[in-house]
Ligand binder design. Structure first.
Ligand code: AHR
Length: 330
């Protein structure tokens, strides 16, 4: 009896070991295979939130491009601007064994552990829009803008258009604390103005990339320094539009009494430029959907992809806004 049981046990163990090997081999090669329904690539995407006009356009671009691509099935999750929600979503994608994880990180740090978990599960990760501070081997590529360069462009526009030897007092509306665009746009702007001693950032606070907070922070700036403010540098158009409302309610003329420069180039900013209330907007292109779908397919096919797929962008101001407006897609 014991002999029969021992033989059965050893046979069962061999079968399970073989099955284990097969499973191991499958996961080791899963970067180059697709596991979804009808052979579709299942993609888990964690979005930052819905904080701005830019973000709405970015979400639409990703959803539309996935919808139009017969090879992709998208699982979309909104992190509501909270890193903890984003980490939960990524863990849930890992548990669901999606083929690729893509996300636009709310902040720049604190993703190492979850990225290691994705790597251990052999699920490739693609970053869109924002970068992370992590070991680059933990993600395949990052598709998005050069935020430092956007900050530099904003400062150069100011130096070219607010030309004076007198003191220029700048107030800065920063994006979400700890996010790549807030860190980099600040750094790029400061890098350019550091050699021009009369241009000074006198106040700098976060408006979290939203209109409501941009307005609230600008109201506080006006209350303490109203008459002394010459320039508003907003890390995005939504906060600039909020600041415009605050300036009007305070009784000053935005775009005239105070020069306003922001980043994104969304339609709302073009309307404000055509009204003469916003002076310039540095473009940050949110239409990343098609590039993302292509990168997903390339990664799954085992192709090499560049570590940073950069977005090309322009500069718009009151001199060219009306001409460009009909061409704007977001
Ligand atoms: O990461 C891109 C930034 O995030 C955009 O400039 C801003 O509008 C958005 O919320």
């Amino acid at each position: 009896m014991n002999k029969v049981f021992a033989t059965f046990l050893s046979a069962a163990m061999s079968i399970s070991l073989l099955a284990g090997c097969a499973a191991g081999n499958k996961s080791a090669s899963s970067d180059a295979s697709s596991g979804g329904k009808d052979g579709k690539i299942i993609v888990g995407f964690s979005q930052v939130g819905a904080e701005s006009e830019w973000r709405t356009a970015n979400t639409k671009s990703i959803k539309d491009s996935a919808e139009a691509d017969s090879q992709i099935e998208l699982k979309f999750s909104d992190a509501q601007q909270k890193q903890e929600n984003q980490i939960k979503a990524i863990r849930s994608f890992i548990a669901q064994k999606v083929d690729v994880i893509a996300f636009s990180p709310v902040v720049q740090t604190g993703f190492d552990t979850v990225l290691q978990e994705a790597k251990a599960a052999n699920i490739p990760v693609i970053l869109t829009d924002r970068a992370v501070d992590a070991d680059p081997s933990l993600y395949k590529t990052m598709i998005g803008s050069d935020f430092v360069e956007e900050g530099r462009k904003a400062a150069k526009w100011m130096l070219d258009n607010v030309k004076t030897d007198k003191p220029v007092n700048i107030v800065e509306l920063q994006g979400t604390v700890g996010s790549a665009p807030a860190i980099d746009r600040k750094a790029g702007f400061e890098e350019v103005i550091k050699d021009h001693a009369n241009y000074k950032i006198i106040k700098s606070q976060t408006g979290d990339f939203t209109r409501a907070k941009g307005k609230e922070v600008m109201e506080a700036f006006l209350k303490s320094d109203g008459k002394n403010i010459n320039v508003v540098y907003a890390h995005n158009d939504d906060m600039a539009i909020g600041a415009i409302q605050a300036i009007e309610e305070y009784g000053l003329k935005p775009g005239k009494d105070i020069t306003i420069i922001s980043i994104d180039g969304v339609k709302g900013a073009f309307e404000a430029m055509m009204d003469g209330k916003l002076n310039a907007s540095i473009e940050c292109n949110p239409l990343l959907g098609e590039q993302l779908m292509q990168a997903i397919k390339d990664v799954k096919a085992g192709k090499e992809v560049p570590k940073w797929i950069k977005t090309e962008e322009g500069i718009f101001d009151t001199t060219n806004a009306a001409k460009e407006f009909p061409n704007r897609k977001y």
